[in-house]
Design a protein around this ligand. Structure first.
Ligand code: NDP
Length: 286
């Protein structure tokens, strides 16, 4: 029989719509409030069970799913006694944060010592993919663990790739984010130039969309950049964290563009860390 009881930690821009899809597909969801009660209220009205603490969530689930902001929260939440001493040894940790490979391996070691299985599974596809259940999952771990949680992943995603051992999911996600961060800067510069040259935006999208300069970022972010709409979405502070992971992993390589992008994200974060990462275009666009 498949796993039905899911403890869901990290009910943010990604976690909330992912959790809603799980409830819709008939999974029994166990949640607790962190600072913001709103997502718990929404999930409760959809049928989720609220608990008073993460320890209680851990006590009631067969799969603990986490999608937290950064390594820091992965460490403080997942390596806490409340989780490690409470979760059943039959349970699985499905860890979907965009964290570092090193933190994923550290978490895995702690769970392995309790004989709890782990799957590394960061995602791509943004909040729209989370809402529509069309995310891409970059899984790291063992095939048999992936198969055990596959129905859960199917409820939230369209593409599931097993890319290697624990940590490999986080690694490929870091590569994706390094590229996405740079594509956003490129898209902002392209938008600025096209505006100066008085090129119609829809014409630009159509022509570049079928030419060699196109990217996912260009096709999906041109409109909001043109409208100067920087509401998250995906917070710039989280994108900075992702590029930082990539640049640290490639410290011995010549990643000059990624390093320049990281500097730009760090500078912009001082004022706009909570805005969508497309706000990187604010200083480029007049
Ligand atoms: P958000 O900041 O929107 O959400 C983070 C969630 O984690 C909030 O619900 C927050 O609760 C909760 N949280 C923070 N600290 C703790 C804690 N100590 N214990 C329990 N809950 C906690 O982030 P996103 O949802 O945007 O991103 C989550 C992860 O997914 C990140 O690693 C990000 O890089 C990645 N990601 C994001 C995408 C996006 O488009 N947004 C796309 C793909 C991946 P509270 O608000 O109450 O503090």
């Amino acid at each position: 029989m498949g796993f039905k009881k899911i403890g869901f930690i990290g009910l943010g821009a990604m976690g909330l719509p992912m959790a809603k899809n799980l409830v819709k597909k008939g999974f029994e969801l166990h949640v607790t409030a962190h600072r913001n009660r709103q997502p718990v209220e929404e999930l409760k009205s959809a049928g989720a069970v609220e608990h008073s603490s993460i320890k209680e969530v851990a006590a009631h689930c067969e799969v603990l799913l986490s999608i937290l902001p950064t390594d820091k929260e992965m460490e403080s939440v997942l390596l806490s006694e409340d989780v490690l001493e409470t979760l059943s040894s039959d349970a699985i940790l499905l860890e979907m944060t965009s964290g570092s490979p090193a933190m994923m391996k550290k978490v895995n070691e702690a769970f392995q010592s309790k004989r709890i299985k782990v799957l590394d599974g960061p995602v791509s596809g943004g909040t729209i993919g989370a809402e529509q259940g069309t995310l891409t999952v970059m899984a790291g771990g063992e095939d048999n663990v992936l198969e055990q949680v596959r129905p859960i992943l199917d409820a939230m995603s369209k593409n599931i790739y097993l890319v290697g051992p624990i940590g490999a999911g986080k690694a490929i996600k870091a590569v994706n984010q390094m590229m996405a961060a740079m594509h956003m800067v490129v898209t902002a510069e392209a938008t600025a130039l096209a505006e100066k040259l008085e090129i119609d935006k829809d014409m630009l999208k159509q022509v570049i969309g079928s030419s060699s300069g196109a990217s996912w970022m260009f096709m999906n972010k041109l409109d909001s950049l043109s409208n100067r709409d920087f509401a998250p979405g995906f917070k710039l502070s989280l994108m900075r964290k992702d590029v930082e992971i990539a640049v640290a992993e490639g410290a011995d390589l010549q990643l000059a563009f990624a390093e320049a992008a990281l500097d730009l994200y760090k500078e912009t974060e001082k004022e706009y860390g909570e805005s969508d990462f497309s706000v990187i275009g604010k200083s480029i666009l007049s």
